[in-house]
Design a protein. Sequence first.
Length: 83
Amino acid sequence: MSRRREPIPFASIVEADRFRSNVAPPPRGRASAGQMAGRVLLGLTVVAGLVGSVLIGLPALSSHQPASHVHQSEAQTGAGQGR
């Protein structure tokens, strides 16, 4: 009694796992001086932006508020008592 084999969907993917190529990809070319300079400048720009945003945001993050900037309303200061 022989068994009928059903076709396997995506059989090429199953076979691709077993396939090994003996052809190596070409080596990557070295970056030119302009490309390297561009990458360095881009990195410095990103780092400077992050540092700047932290420095600008530090006053808003601080919880210490000096007592000399406490605002009082006119009713508390007695400004209307001179009549």
